[in-house]
Design a protein around this ligand. Structure first.
Ligand code: C2E
Ligand code: MG
Ligand code: MG
Length: 646
């Protein structure tokens, strides 16, 4: 039997009576060798429930009895028992014990010491003082009246029952305590999850905002600024991709702990608070900085700390950082605002070519406002149909015919200014409305294709650009089908162009969507091929019909024989995989000739024609019809002969 169990099953009873004779009576009836034939099953049963079958004797209850003759002594005995962690289950208190305090007063004092003990007041008669026992010495279920004279059997039964009750109470208390402890642990865990980053164990953005507010409030009483330095690890995803996720995690932990060691307040007297605010972004909050030089020093220190090499997987990693800085009180008095300023500065640093440490200034707020205005304007533009497709022809090098067109989005502002897609596509993605943009372009394209069919009997395949984001839209396939059906467009005339990098971003999501589209009859083209790192293996598994060689290969085509050989290799690859190859960005006669020699299938570029609005494209085609070789479905556009006039 364990020590704890021993303690629990021992039935400690204290009896306090000024009459020695009565004490002897208690001793007799509560002794181990008491032989009266008394049912003592209550406690035995409880023990079984609490501790299993095993009990400390053959079923008989034993009591561990102490006696006192004065109330004060009984109070002292209870105190000592608690101090020794061996409390009594019951105290019998005689109501009158001259010359000392009476049983009621002793009971009051004992209750203050021990909230669990069962108190039994023993008296020959029920006086008025006994009527209010339960309210005077609560709780009501732990205070009792026992009438003298009593039979020894009554006394033993009462003691056995109350000991059993006491053990049950104690067991319940332990269960409750355990529950409370577990609730407290869970609460702490939830707090950990809500306020701490699980990878680095550092405060997360939420906690940092609170901490910064705390520092700001404290700083009202002390001199100096409170600085927020946000640091982003450049190309962190590259580390994840090349060295694996575990190495990336280890690196994040190392960055966090190094920043903490060098700049954190746990390790430095004038240190600050370090946290992780995003995937590869950390924040340093530093109070009490008294000069501009001090602010610069903190930012420089952060950069230097992170840019010292890290040893990960036995390799020295040299990181590059982008850093944005803002501070209280110059950039605001409210922590969220200061964080936003630091974010704006970081954003600027991320985009600057040398990732210079960037200190927030109010012009950035102006820019942010400008961006906000631009977003509102773009939303209206989309609703009002200011976003249109321009068309750029693609020519077959083998036949000289017009083989298709690429639709390129343009924002035609009410003042006639044309905004290029590279300006508003990222905006639409940030705003979460890139799907709407795609839909607008596809509708525009389909209505032109329908018009060409009815007015000219032309059937020109059109390539529409699509971004990685659209592939994640569960409704993409049904949306495409619905638009094509509405205008009765032959699905073979519509191709979707997806850049190689977008494709690689989420290949698992892309594959089924592309398969569905392809099964429906829509062609899939890989745009800007050669800029990503596609493996031939999955290229072969994807439902792709065309590769578009990236412009950069075409512009450098004439620079060296090697560059020409790279293009030749891509063309050969396309041929081997049964894919059509398009060269885009063809600007010169020389490039055109080389591509023809290399037997590239199609060319697209300013050398043929620039992207044009729909009506201009129709005129352009009409202009080439003069050559009598324009054919779309029934007719051909022979653009070879006239392209130099454009
Ligand atoms: P992209 O799909 O690779 O389109 C080719 C880009 O090269 C177009 O730029 C085109 O105007 C330009 N270009 C064509 N020929 C030549 C040439 O001979 N020399 C040079 N230097 N450039 C040439 P644009 O129209 O500014 O589009 C840029 C990119 O924006 C596109 O690259 C495409 O990725 C994206 N984009 C355009 N429209 C859409 C769209 O509707 N949806 C999506 N998601 N992306 C689009
Ligand atoms: Mg394209
Ligand atoms: Mg391209």
């Amino acid at each position: 039997m364990t020590k704890q169990k021993e303690k629990l099953v021992s039935n400690r009873v204290l009896v306090c009576d000024d009459e020695e004779l009565l004490l002897d009576e208690y001793r007799r009836c509560l002794s181990a060798d008491y032989t009266a034939d008394v049912a003592t099953t209550t406690l035995t049963d409880l023990e079984k429930v609490l501790f299993g079958e095993e009990t400390n004797d053959g079923g008989a209850v034993t009591f561990d009895l102490d006696t006192r003759t004065q109330g004060e002594d009984a109070v002292e005995a209870v105190a000592a028992a608690i101090a020794q962690d061996s409390p009594y289950a019951i105290v019998f208190l005689d109501i009158r014990m001259p010359p000392g305090i009476d049983g009621i007063e002793a009971a009051r004092r004992i209750r203050k010491l021990d909230p669990n003990i069962n108190i039994v007041i023993v008296s020959g008669s029920i006086g008025p003082e006994l009527e209010k026992l339960d309210t005077e010495i609560p709780p009501a279920d732990k205070v009792f009246f026992f009438k003298k004279p009593f039979h020894t059997v009554e006394c033993r039964q009462l003691a056995a029952a109350l000991c059993g009750k006491w053990h049950a109470d104690m067991a319940l208390r332990r269960v409750n305590e355990d529950l409370e402890r577990r609730v407290a642990e869970r609460t702490q865990l939830l707090q950990q999850l809500a306020y701490y980053d699980q990878v680095t164990r550092l405060p997360n953005q939420r906690l940092l905002v609170d901490e910064l507010q705390g520092l700001i409030e404290q700083s009202e009483e002390s001199p100096g600024d409170t600085v927020v330095v946000l640091v982003d690890i450049n190309h962190f995803s590259f580390i994840n991709e090349t060295m694996g996720y575990d190495a990336g995690t280890e690196l994040l932990r190392s960055i966090g702990s190094r920043l903490n060691r060098v700049l954190g307040r746990e390790h430095n007297r004038n240190g600050g608070i370090i946290g992780r605010v995003g995937g590869d972004q950390f924040a340093v909050l530093m109070p009490g900085i008294e000069s501009d030089t001090g602010i610069r020093d903190v930012a420089e220190k952060v950069r230097q700390t992170v840019e010292e090499p890290f040893l990960i997987d036995g390799r020295d990693l040299f990181l590059k950082t982008s850093i944005g800085v803002a501070w209280h009180p110059v950039h605001g008095r409210e922590s969220k605002l200061i964080f936003r300023c630091a974010e704006a500065a970081l954003h600027r640093s991320l985009r600057s070519p040398d990732h210079a440490i960037t200190y927030y200034h109010s012009e950035m707020r102006y820019r942010a406002q400008h961006k906000f205005d631009l977003q509102a304007e773009f939303r209206t533009a989309l609703e009002e149909g200011q976003i249109k497709a321009f068309y750029q022809p693609q020519q077959s090098l083998r036949t000289g015919e017009l083989a298709g067109v690429e639709a390129l989005a343009r924002w035609i502002r009410p003042d006639g200014n044309i905004v290029p897609p590279t300006d508003f596509i990222p905006l639409s993605e940030e705003m979460g409305i890139s799907d709407k943009l795609f839909e607008a372009i596809l509708r525009d394209v389909c209505s032109e294709v329908a018009a060409w069919r009815t007015t000219r009997d032309w059937q020109i395949p059109v390539s529409v650009n699509i971004s990685a984001h659209q592939l994640r839209n569960a409704d993409l396939v049904s949306m495409v089908k619905q638009i094509l059906l509405q205008q009765s467009i032959d699905q073979k005339l519509i191709n979707l162009e997806l850049t190689e990098t977008a494709l690689l971003e989420d290949l698992t999501a892309a594959r089924p969507v592309l398969s569905d589209l392809n099964a429906y009859g829509v062609g899939i083209h890989i745009d800007d091929f050669g800029t990503g790192y596609s493996s031939l293996n999955y290229l072969a598994q994807l439902p792709v019909q065309t590769l578009k060689i990236d412009q950069s290969f075409i512009s450098s085509l004439t620079e060296s024989e090697t560059n020409a050989r790279v293009v030749q290799a891509i063309i050969a690859l396309g041929r081997a995989m049964d894919l059509e190859v398009v060269a885009e960005g063809v600007e010169t006669d020389q490039q055109y000739s080389i591509l023809r020699r290399l037997e590239c299938d199609l060319v697209q570029g300013y050398f043929i024609a620039k992207p044009m609005p729909a009506d201009e494209f129709v005129r352009w085609c009409d202009g080439h019809e003069d050559t009598q070789s324009l054919k779309h479905g029934s007719s051909v556009v022979e653009i070879d002969k006239v392209r130099n006039n454009d």
